[in-house]
Every structure is written in structure tokens, then in C-alpha cells.
Write a protein that binds this ligand. Structure first.
Ligand code: PAF
Length: 293
């Protein structure tokens, strides 16, 4: 089935109408539809989501849309990297059936309705990016409605986003299975991100302090440990790098994202670190009942 998918020319949809028309045909044919929401400038991390979606669904739609509502006023909406033609070929090679690349005006026509989530969006990345998750929840809800996908694939690198989308799907009874996929790393450990392209040569080297701090955290974490101790040990690794500045480094429960003081149950250890002007995120999850990491 994968070979056949690879040979077919990928459909490019620019409008909601085009997507709905094609999905109607696929559904009449009894085909299952998978969705991989992205903001484009695709890398191997996105590739792992697309490959998994292609393996688990009859047809896969990749959305390629830099969503303006999730960027704050001083963020990188304008400079966010874009290369649609490269993305199109990448999706084609991996066997996706359609790439949805709408203009902002197709997605937003003077909107007055948004999807917001309480509590889970207050901390971690949400503390410094107050409108970010409202924009994410709104666009992801729209993509669910537009594509009618039965499964949707998200990376675990954006752990807060994944927890928020799972909760939103539960709260609003979306008929979609949310599939979380493991973080994909460069050979030297840096988590893949479209924003890695912002890093200069020296910053690229400095950025390794995130994955090194995670490796240290995995080494020392144990049941009954205090969060304070874990954070202090992990912070030291980052603070040893002059180009790095910690935005946050926190230990929370992986579902409701509430801060944890002593590690007894499964936790999410999440960080955002500035390397020069570029803000990078990374994380790991740890379960005391399955301590191998
Ligand atoms: O993770 C992303 O790239 C975006 O937040 C998403 C889920 C595609 C929504 O714009």
C-alpha cells in the first residue's frame, strides 16, 4: 500500500472547499483519513509523523499553514521559515495524499469565535506566550472540522501543546484519535525544530546544552526525589553555557500540567531556553514504574 501511495501525485489544496470535496470522495470509498498538522518548513521530525500517519491510515492530509493567531505581537510570524515547494515534494515522497496550504484569509475571515483552554495554558510556554494556545486550539479545531480526520498526529517535543490538544478533544468530544509521536533528534542530540535554522554556528553548538541537561536529568531522576534538586542539577548544565538563558525548567504532571514538588508519579520535565535570541524547547517524560529512559 505504501508503494502505491508514493507513486501517486500529491494533491495540493488551497481552499476548505477543495479539501472537503476530496475527503467526501475518500470517505465514500471507505478510506480512513489521517491528519498531520504542521506550519511547514518540514524536517525529519515532521517526517516521522507523516510516516506513521501513512502507515496507519488509507490517506493522509498534511496541513502546511503558518497560523497567525498563535503568534504574539513581538514574535516571529513574518520571519518564520517557509518553503512550500520543498514541503510539497517531502510530503509526496513520504506518501501523503494531500497537502493543505491555505492563505490566512481562507482560514480567518474576521473571526469572532475562538477555542480557549483554561489552566493548562497558563504555565510553561503559556506563561510568556499568553495567546499562543488559544491560536493553536482554534486552528487545530478548524483543521479537525475541515478534514474530518479520524486520527491526528502531533510531536511530543511540543509536550504542552499535545496535553492541551488531548484535553480539548476530550472536553469538546471531537471524534478524532490524537496520536503523540516521539521527539526526533539530530545525531548530536538537538531536538529537531524549524526554528533551529535561526541558530548561528556558535549558537548551534551552544544549543546542545538542552539535550545534555535532559541526559543529566534522566541519569539522576528517581522516585521520591525533590523537583528542586532535579531542576538545580539540570540547570547547572545549561548555566555552564554562556550563550544560553533559561526561560523555564519545570516538573509537572503530564496530563493537567500542574507543578510537582516530589516525584512519585509520572512526570513531564519541560524546558524553554534562549540561545541568543532563539527560544528552543525540549522535554522528557518519566514514569517511576517504568524507570528505563
Ligand atoms: O505544532 C505546530 O506546528 C503548530 O502549533 C500546529 C499544531 C500545526 C498548529 O498551527
Amino acid at each position: 500500500m505504501a508503494d502505491l501511495k508514493e507513486r501517486q501525485e500529491i494533491k495540493v489544496a488551497k481552499t476548505v472547499k477543495e479539501v472537503r470535496h476530496q475527503v467526501k470522495i475518500w470517505k465514500k470509498e471507505g478510506k480512513s483519513v489521517g491528519l498531520v498538522p504542521t506550519m511547514g518548513f518540514l524536517h525529519a521530525g515532521h517526517g516521522s509523523l507523516i510516516k506513521r500517519a501513512v502507515a496507519e491510515n488509507d490517506v493522509v492530509i498534511v496541513s502546511d499553514f503558518v497560523n497567525p493567531t498563535q503568534f504574539g505581537p513581538n514574535e516571529d510570524l513574518e520571519s518564520y521559515p517557509r518553503d512550500f515547494e520543498v514541503d510539497r515534494k517531502f510530503c509526496q515522497e513520504l506518501g501523503a495524499a494531500m497537502i493543505f496550504n491555505p492563505e490566512p484569509s481562507e482560514m480567518y475571515d474576521n473571526p469572532k469565535t475562538y477555542v480557549n483552554i483554561e489552566g493548562l495554558s497558563d504555565g510553561l510556554c503559556g506563561a510568556k506566550r499568553p495567546i499562543h494556545f488559544k491560536g493553536v486550539c482554534t486552528v487545530v479545531s478548524k483543521l479537525f472540522n475541515i478534514t474530518g480526520a479520524g486520527r491526528a498526529y502531533f510531536g511530543e517535543k511540543d509536550a504542552q501543546q499535545l496535553a492541551i490538544i488531548r484535553k480539548m478533544v476530550k472536553d469538546l468530544n471531537f471524534d478524532v484519535e490524537v496520536v503523540g509521536c516521539p521527539i526526533v533528534r539530530e545525531a548530536d542530540g538537538l531536538a529537531m525544530s524549524s526554528r533551529n535554522t535561526y541558530l548561528s554556528g556558535d549558537e548551534r553548538k551552544a544549543a546542545l546544552c538542552l539535550s545534555k541537561s535532559i541526559a543529566k536529568g534522566k541519569e539522576v531522576i528517581h522516585k521520591g526525589m525533590s523537583t528542586k534538586q532535579l531542576i538545580s542539577t539540570m540547570s547547572q548544565v545549561i548555566q555552564g553555557e554562556p550563550l544560553a538563558k533559561i526561560d523555564y525548567l519545570e516538573v509537572v504532571d503530564g496530563e493537567m500540567l500542574k507543578p510537582v514538588e516530589i516525584i512519585h508519579d509520572p512526570v513531564l520535565v519541560a524546558m524553554a531556553v534562549y540561545i541568543g535570541k532563539t527560544r528552543l524547547i525540549d522535554n522528557f517524560s518519566w514514569n517511576p514504574e517504568e524507570p528505563e529512559v
